[in-house]
Ligand binder design. Structure first.
Ligand code: BG6
Length: 443
């Protein structure tokens, strides 16, 4: 439903055109035709309660009074989520005594802890938590789900997945794109709200969580939220020392961006997860627009061997082992390890083993395909729960407030097409570490 005045026939025609255009070459007109017979359009206004009563009657007529499951997908402006849900409630459309009633909500889920809590409270007046599906499309990406399989479907990774073997973890979501026409929205959000509070935290949670007792939505989400609960809150000088802020050159000329904007389009942040497994292991999270390439990767950087035996270490200091999990664009893994240079006197070189996730050649489903299907069949595992979202804001709110205050760390400018400001490289080096600045390792 939407406000425009289409008929169902007009709406089907418009969808036929866009679906055939965007379905990556495998559009089957006959299958589409059969499917499209079940698509209807209903003009209505979210502000009008009577429109929801009409919508309810319209749906009952389509369902011919047979019990049917319904998933309401709110593809609206975030400001309208609460009123749309209230209207569904007023029209009795949340009542699941005759079939499942689920509601799918997009990010952003609030803009800070207070707004997220108030949105949760208002949604909970109509829908129970188990009826609510909050989308974070990063969780729908195949390799993100594969992290759980890698960690908990094998025995060789888990024993070394902890502070005894891991020096630090890097999670990078680099984007080549700039803010484009989203300047108005982005300038208020910044990379912290747009990427960190949701996508980067989700990646950190699946990397750091403990094994759930069973692979069910609630058990997985219980373990994920514990990671956020263990994140050490920033205090005092952490706000400036634990992060780097950057803004790409030319950002101030983007449409909708104030000329004196201090909004960061790049951030690198260091977090500690204070639990038995991760105590003392820094998790470096970074993300930015206008960077050198589009890549999302998680690097597990292992410790150096306790005693270096081989080669002249003045001329070649062997790099420690590394596991690179590449989420996109291509999806796969790379393991870095030392091997002997053939026919040499025990000279070492860094070698790698690659695994490409889609080597079958089969196209992987888009994150949204996976998530919308899961919402329709009632599997909540890949959706954010209310406590998870609120905890993420609890961590982020403090950093956002400090970075908007007079005590904010300097905002460094960076050239487009780089890995953020050069100060970010220096910052890592000052801690005896370096960023893994390699564009996709798997092609
Ligand atoms: C969105 C952000 O949630 O994620 C965008 O609002 C960002 O700013 C996008 O570009 C990145 O998603 P993906 O799947 O392209 O990595």
């Amino acid at each position: 439903m939407a406000r425009s005045n289409f008929t169902s026939e007009q709406w089907r025609a418009s969808l036929t055109e866009s679906t055939s255009q965007f379905s990556k070459g495998d559009f089957d007109a006959a299958s589409w035709e059969t499917f499209a017979q079940n698509i209807y359009y209903h003009p209505a206004d979210i502000a009008a309660t009577e429109d929801f009563h009409k919508l309810a009657a319209f749906l009952e007529q389509i369902e011919e009074s047979k019990p049917a499951d319904r998933t309401y997908y709110l593809s609206t402006m975030p400001q309208l989520y609460a009123s749309a849900i209230e209207q569904l409630g007023k029209a009795g459309m949340h009542d699941d005594s005759v079939g499942h009633r689920r509601v799918v909500i997009e990010k952003p889920f609030g803009t800070d802890l207070a707004t997220a809590q108030s949105l949760n409270e208002s949604i909970h007046r109509t829908f129970r938590e188990d009826q609510i599906y909050r989308i974070d499309h990063y969780l729908g990406k195949e390799t993100v789900q594969n992290i759980l399989v890698l960690r908990f479907g094998n025995t060789i990774f888990e024993p070394i997945w902890n502070r005894n073997y891991v020096d630090h973890v890097q999670i990078t979501v680099a984007e080549e794109v700039k803010v484009g026409r989203r300047g108005g929205y982005y300038d208020k959000s910044s990379v912290l709200r747009d990427m960190f509070q949701n996508h980067l935290f989700q990646l950190m949670m699946v990397t750091a969580m403990e094994a759930p007792v069973r692979y069910t939505g609630e058990f997985v989400r219980d373990e994920k939220v514990k990671v956020l609960q263990a994140v050490r809150p920033y205090h005092g000088s952490d706000f400036s020392e634990f992060g780097i802020r950057g803004q790409y050159q030319g950002y101030l000329d983007e449409e909708g961006v104030p000329k004196d904007s201090q909004t960061e389009t790049f951030a690198a942040l260091k977090f500690y997860i204070d639990n038995w497994r991760w105590r003392g292991v820094p998790f470096y999270l970074r993300s930015g627009k206008a960077m050198s390439c589009r890549t999302t990767q998680i690097v597990i950087q292992f410790r150096e061997p306790p005693h270096l035996l081989f080669g002249d270490q003045k001329s070649y200091r062997p790099e420690a082992n590394r596991l690179v999990i590449q989420i996109q664009p291509a999806e796969g893994l790379q393991v870095h390890f030392q091997s002997k240079v053939p026919d040499s006197d025990m000279r070492l070189r860094l070698s790698d083993l690659d695994f490409r996730f889609d080597s079958s050649g089969k196209e992987l489903p888009d994150a949204y395909q996976r998530l919308l299907l899961d919402a329709m069949v009632g599997d909540p595992g890949l959706f954010a729960r209310s406590d998870e979202v609120e905890q993420a804001w609890r961590i982020m709110d403090l950093i956002i407030a400090a970075w908007r205050s007079p005590a904010a760390p300097q905002l460094f400018s960076y050239e487009t097409g780089m890995w953020g400001p050069s100060e970010s490289t220096d910052w890592m080096q000052s801690q005896g570490r370096s960023w893994f600045d390699i564009c996709p390792v798997i092609h």
